[in-house]
Design a protein around this ligand. Structure first.
Ligand code: GLN
Length: 198
């Protein structure tokens, strides 16, 4: 049994909860800092990264989230969640949680392609993973420890760095739950290996 939280300050929370639900997973909607201590893994949903950051600051979540990530527990960010996880954001002086060694560009598809769907190859997840892109960011550069796990039109749209997983699209808006199952596996493995408590 693993406990996986979904940060519920803003964005597509309910959809992630649905995708994570499984007999061996307890899903927790995280609204308070204290809830982080009971989790084995955390999902940062999509939404609007600037709004999310404002709410993170308002409810003083920044340091507790950084501590959670530093404790060795897996974190999965989708879309705005990916932006929160990147060390560098094009046009900004600094990242938010700065967990993954990568540079992201917000709203990278421009107005013509505000929102669209595609089937993607994602390493260790599937050859035809349904992806919904909504004002999506792109990963423009990755550091050496970051594994690129999916590309769309030659651009990086999903990556993993150890226990950190991020994608620029919304797997939670489809019936395809394989991306979430992959994350749950990462959480179970990290739990088995034993991590420092927060
Ligand atoms: N464009 C949003 C941002 O910059 C992300 C969009 C999304 O999460 N669907 O935060």
């Amino acid at each position: 049994m693993v406990k996986v939280g979904v940060l519920a300050l803003q964005g597509a929370v309910r959809e992630h909860v649905t995708c994570l639900q499984a007999p061996d997973v307890e899903v927790i909607v995280v609204k308070k800092i204290e809830q982080l201590s009971e989790l084995d893994g955390l999902v940062l949903p999509g939404g609007e990264s600037t709004t999310m950051r404002r709410l993170i600051d308002k409810y003083e979540f920044l340091e507790p989230l950084k501590a959670f990530a530093a404790s060795g527990k897996p974190v999965f960010g989708t879309c705005a969640g990916l932006i929160l996880m990147a060390k560098d954001i094009v046009g900004q002086n600094e990242g938010h949680l700065s967990l993954m060694n990568m540079t992201v560009e917000r709203n990278a598809f421009g107005r013509q392609r505000e929102s669209f769907e595609a089937d993607l190859m994602v390493t260790d997840v599937g050859d035809d993973v349904r992806a919904v892109f909504i004002r999506a960011p792109l990963i423009k550069e990755v550091g050496e420890n970051v594994e690129i796990i999916s590309k769309f039109n030659d651009e990086i749209v999903a990556a993993r760095e150890g226990r950190f997983l991020a994608c620029s699209f919304h797997p939670e808006l489809t019936d395809d739950h394989r991306f979430h199952q992959y994350f749950v596996k990462m959480v179970a493995q990290a739990k088995l290996k034993g991590v420092k408590s927060v």
